[in-house]
Design a protein around this ligand. Structure first.
Ligand code: NAD
Length: 285
């Protein structure tokens, strides 16, 4: 499948990163959001990100201008008429995503691949809302999208081989390394990462070591670039709790129960970097 024109739904953290990477790879991009204000915010973030690359001499000024010229924005789904592939990267909410997928299918051509960047919703469940669920696939990008090399490609039960092949080709065309994953809560990376972080919180709760010592242990003993508690603060403790709850409910296995300390931190409003206080304190708060 030849992919020239991409639709991106949502101009937020992930959407504008996906748009940036696609435009830099030479693809035409149409980015959709619900308001011009949201689109402007996304475009500003994206433009600043490209400018930083120019400052670091990783990108020429004319390449930046050419990439920006390939990005079109709209609040109308009608603008998706001629796209070859759409990546839905809107707010993580099942009902919202189901509606968006139907809105996409109503305007795009019959061969257009419809992908979702959801972190926690079942691709099989999302695909089932479409008239043609075989064209639906998960494309789980990592934050920040321009820097992270991985793309998890998630096959729902109904995803066709053609759709899968198109997703793999697309991943490579935009410079990402794809891994193929069967649909399951948390896919592969978060399934492994989040229980590890949750275990670090149990270790802290049991008083085995201090946050600094736990993080130093995993950095120096396992060569992780960041300790699990510092990473939890970066991800957001509310997000961590939501993910562990998805695993706990999805698998029905007590090994995924969230650490009580994680729940308590969230109840206290200690959400990590975003609230200025998590397992560590952050300046300015
Ligand atoms: P975000 O809140 O930064 O952005 C979401 C955007 O979607 C907002 O700009 C919002 O206005 C827009 N939106 C809402 N309804 C819409 C609609 N009907 N049509 C078009 N746009 C609409 O969220 P985010 O962090 O970019 O997350 C987006 C998706 O990516 C979620 O599914 C999330 O689970 C997933 N994800 C996030 C991360 C991360 O680290 N942030 C990593 C991987 C995957």
């Amino acid at each position: 499948m030849n992919i020239h024109h991409i639709g991106v739904i949502g101009a937020g953290t992930m959407g504008n990163g996906i748009a940036q990477v696609c435009a830099l790879a030479g693809l035409e991009v149409t980015m959709i959001d619900v308001s011009t204000a949201a689109l402007e915010r996304g475009l500003t973030t994206l433009t600043d990100s490209l400018e930083r690359l120019v400052q670091k001499e990783k990108l020429r000024a004319d390449e930046k201008s050419a990439a920006l010229a390939r990005i079109h924005t709209s609040i109308s789904y009608e603008e998706l008429r001629s796209v070859d592939l759409v990546v839905e990267a809107a707010t993580e909410n099942l009902q919202l995503k189901l509606r968006i997928l139907c809105d996409i299918e109503a305007v795009v051509g019959g061969d257009t691949v419809i992908a979702s960047n959801t972190s926690s919703i079942s691709i099989t469940q999302l695909a089932a809302v479409l008239k043609n669920p075989a064209r639906c696939i998960g494309m789980h990008f990592f934050n920040p999208v321009p820097l992270m090399a991985l793309l998890e490609v998630i096959r729902g039960l109904q995803t066709s081989d053609t759709t899968h092949q198109a997703a793999i080709e697309f991943a490579r065309a935009i410079g990402k390394t794809p891994i193929t994953v069967r649909n399951s809560p948390g896919f592969v990376v978060n399934r492994i990462l989040c229980p590890m972080i949750n275990e670090a919180i149990f270790v802290l709760q049991e008083g085995l070591a201090s946050p600094d010592e736990i993080d130093a242990g995993m950095k120096l003993g396992c060569n992780h670039p960041i300790g699990p508690l510092a990473l939890a603060d970066l991800i957001g403790l509310d997000t961590m709790l939501a993910v562990m709850n998805v695993f706990h409910e999805g698998f029905g296995d007590p090994k995924y129960r969230p650490a009580p300390l994680l729940k308590e931190m969230v109840d206290a409003g200690r959400l990590g970097r975003k609230s200025g206080h998590g397992f560590y304190q952050y300046g300015g708060h």
